[in-house]
Design a protein around this ligand. Structure first.
Ligand SMILES: NC(=O)c1ccc[n+]([C@@H]2O[C@H](COP(=O)([O-])OP(=O)(O)OC[C@H]3O[C@@H](n4cnc5c(N)ncnc54)[C@H](O)[C@@H]3O)[C@@H](O)[C@H]2O)c1
Length: 251
C-alpha cells in the first residue's frame, strides 16, 4: 500500500530539480500526479517516466504567477481526476543581487513567481480541496534564506520569508476544512537552480562551509520530507516549517 494511495497531487515547477523527483516519488507511492511547469518538453518527459513505471500523471502548462493559468489548470484537474488532495507549491526562481544592486523589474519578477505564485496556489488549491470535502495537504517551498540575513539575495529572501508566514496564515485559515499547510525549507541543494553557483565556488561555497553536515543536499532528501508532510503520517502537523538544511540554520 503506497503512502499516497488514492490521492491526487499537483506539483508546480515539476519539470526538473526537486519538483521532478517529488513527482516520481509521489507516483511511486500511489498518487495520481499533476506535473506542472512552464517547460512543456521536460514536463512531458517526467510524465512519460511516471507512466513507464506504471503510474498515472497529467502534464500541465502552468505559470504560477498567472491567475488565469491557475483557473484553467484547476479545470483540467477537475476534468481528469475529479479533485485535488495534495498541492506542492514548489516553483521558484533564484535572484542573487542585494539591496543596492537589484533592479525593480527583477524584484517584481521574483515576488510574482515565489510569493504571488504561492498565494495563488493557496487560493486555488484550497478552493478545489474544499469542493471535495475530504481535506488536503499543501506544502510550500520556503528556504533557509527566509531565516538568514547572510544570503544577501534580497528579493529571494523576502519572497521566501513571505512563504514562511503565508504558510502559517493559511494553516489557521483552512484548518476547519481539514486542510493542513506546511512548508519545507531546504538549505543548499544540488539542482539546476544552484548548478552555476556551486560549480563556481565548489566546496568553498559559504552555504556548504557554514553547514554542519559540510555538503550540499540532494533533491531526494527534500522530496522525502515533502512526501512525509503530504502523507497522512503527518496528520497532526500543520503550520510547521521543516528545515532540510544539514543544520545550516542551527550553527
Ligand atoms: N536548490 C536549492 O538550493 C534551494 C534551496 C532552498 C529552496 N529552494 C526552493 O525549492 C524549489 C525548487 O527549486 P529547485 O532547486 O528544484 O529549482 P529548479 O530551478 O531546478 O526548479 C524550479 C522549477 O520551477 C519552474 N518555474 C520557474 N518559474 C515558474 C513559473 N512562473 N511557473 C511555473 N514553474 C516555474 C522552472 O521551470 C523549474 O522547472 C524552489 O521554490 C526553490 O526556491 C531551492
Amino acid at each position: 500500500m503506497g503512502r499516497l494511495n488514492g490521492k491526487v497531487a499537483l506539483i508546480t515547477g515539476a519539470a526538473g530539480g526537486q519538483g521532478a523527483v517529488e513527482a516520481e516519488f509521489f507516483a511511486r507511492e500511489g498518487a495520481k500526479v499533476v506535473v506542472a511547469d512552464l517547460k512543456q518538453d521536460e514536463v512531458n518527459a517526467v510524465v512519460e517516466r511516471i507512466e513507464q513505471a506504471g503510474g498515472e500523471a497529467l502534464g500541465l502548462e502552468l505559470n504560477v504567477a498567472e491567475e488565469a493559468a491557475w483557473e484553467a489548470g484547476m479545470d483540467s484537474i477537475r476534468q481528469r481526476f475529479g479533485g485535488l488532495d495534495v498541492l506542492v507549491n514548489n516553483a521558484g526562481i533564484l535572484s542573487l543581487p542585494g539591496i543596492s544592486k537589484i533592479e525593480l523589474a527583477e524584484w517584481d519578477q521574483v515576488i510574482s513567481v515565489n510569493q504571488t505564485g504561492v498565494l495563488l496556489g493557496l487560493k486555488f488549491g484550497t478552493a478545489i480541496m474544499r469542493e471535495g470535502g475530504r481535506g488536503g495537504s499543501i506544502i510550500n517551498l520556503s528556504s533557509t534564506y527566509a531565516h538568514l540575513g547572510s544570503g544577501g539575495a534580497v528579493a529571494y529572501q523576502a519572497s521566501k520569508a513571505a512563504v514562511f508566514i503565508m504558510t502559517k496564515t493559511a494553516a489557521v485559515e483552512f484548518a476547519a476544512d481539514g486542510i493542513r499547510v506546511n512548508s519545507v525549507a531546504p538549505g543548499i541543494i544540488e539542482t539546476p537552480m544552484t548548478r552555476e553557483v556551486l560549480a563556481a565556488a565548489g566546496p568553498s561555497h559559504p552555504d556548504i562551509t557554514r553547514t554542519p553536515l559540510q555538503r550540499a543536499g540532494q533533491p531526494h532528501e527534500v522530496a522525502n520530507a515533502v512526501l512525509f508532510l503530504a502523507s497522512d503520517e503527518a496528520s497532526y502537523i500543520t503550520g510547521e516549517e521543516l528545515m532540510v538544511d544539514g543544520g545550516r540554520t542551527i550553527a
